[in-house]
Design a protein around this ligand. Structure first.
Ligand SMILES: [Zn+2]
Length: 273
């Protein structure tokens, strides 16, 4: 009896070991638990360092990864959501030395966070389960430059759909001008580019209770950064600033409060997940 119990225990241990072996390929392929927000930020920093040094390894870019992409849920693999500008000098996967199914990317002129972008970010954080959101501005941003010129009264006529696109940038430019009265003319643009990153984070928190909750629970970190189009380098902005913006938004009576869209916004045929 005793021997038989011991044998059963041994068999059980063997079965556990075999299960662990079977799981190993899945773990090795990246379908492990997502990295923590801090570990993800380190991965992005290391990827950018490889890119800047000309030592990119181009991970997750082969046929094996394509097969995985076609058969798996990206929510089990992608580790970061990045919103950045449409500028052709900011190729997101390249600058972080990332590959297929690694980064959930939103690109829009001036990396503004309006309704569509906030919805895309909510999808990246709540459904693709990425532990980090990077709001990535860049040097020489044409959208921020155009708005700065408009605020200075030196702008030119814009096509009809551009003003409602870039109107989110105007408060950032005005804040930069107020904070840096010594920076005349175009000299204020680099400050406006940074202010526009913070503006994007503030606009997200104002309109997205779901994003606020994910940050408050510690599941997600939101970080600001600026990409230098001349050097390839990402400059990471002060992480504490995100917390200050969140506190400010939490105190605002104008913030959105209902995290979920509700039944009436459910597209037909209604598909819930
Ligand atoms: Zn730009």
């Amino acid at each position: 009896m005793y021997r038989s119990i011991r044998f059963t225990v041994r068999l059980g241990a063997l079965a556990l070991f075999a299960t662990a072996l079977m799981l190993t390929p899945a773990l090795a392929s990246g379908k492990a638990a997502k990295p923590s927000p801090d570990a993800t930020i380190t991965m992005l920093k290391e990827g950018n360092a490889r890119f800047v040094a000309g030592k990119s390894i181009h991970p997750h870019s082969d046929a094996k990864r394509l097969i995985l992409a076609g058969s798996q849920n990206q929510g089990d693999y992608a580790y970061a959501t990045v919103i950045t500008c449409s500028d052709s000098r900011v190729p997101v996967e390249a600058i972080f030395d990332a590959g297929i199914m690694d980064i959930f990317v939103i690109r829009v002129a001036g990396n503004v966070v309006d309704t569509d972008e906030a919805g895309s970010i909510e999808y990246g954080l709540a459904h693709v389960n990425t532990p980090v959101l990077v709001v990535l501005g860049h040097t020489q941003c044409g959208a921020v430059t155009a708005v700065t010129h408009a605020v200075h009264g030196t702008g030119h006529a814009l096509e009809r759909n551009i003003p409602p696109l870039v109107d989110n940038i105007q408060p950032a430019v005005e804040k930069a001008i107020a904070a840096h009265p010594e920076a005349h003319g175009d000299k204020v643009i680099p400050y406006a580019i940074e202010a526009n990153v913070w503006q994007g984070i503030e606009d997200l928190f104002m309109t997205s209770p779901a994003s606020r909750e994910l940050v408050k629970s510690g599941k997600v970190k939101v970080v600001g950064a600026i990409y230098d189009v001349a050097t390839g380098k990402v400059a990471w902005l002060d992480e504490a600033q995100t917390g200050k913006i969140l506190t400010k938004v939490e105190a605002s009576p104008d913030k959105a409060v209902n995290a979920m869209a509700g039944e009436k916004h459910c597209p037909k045929p209604c598909k819930k997940d």
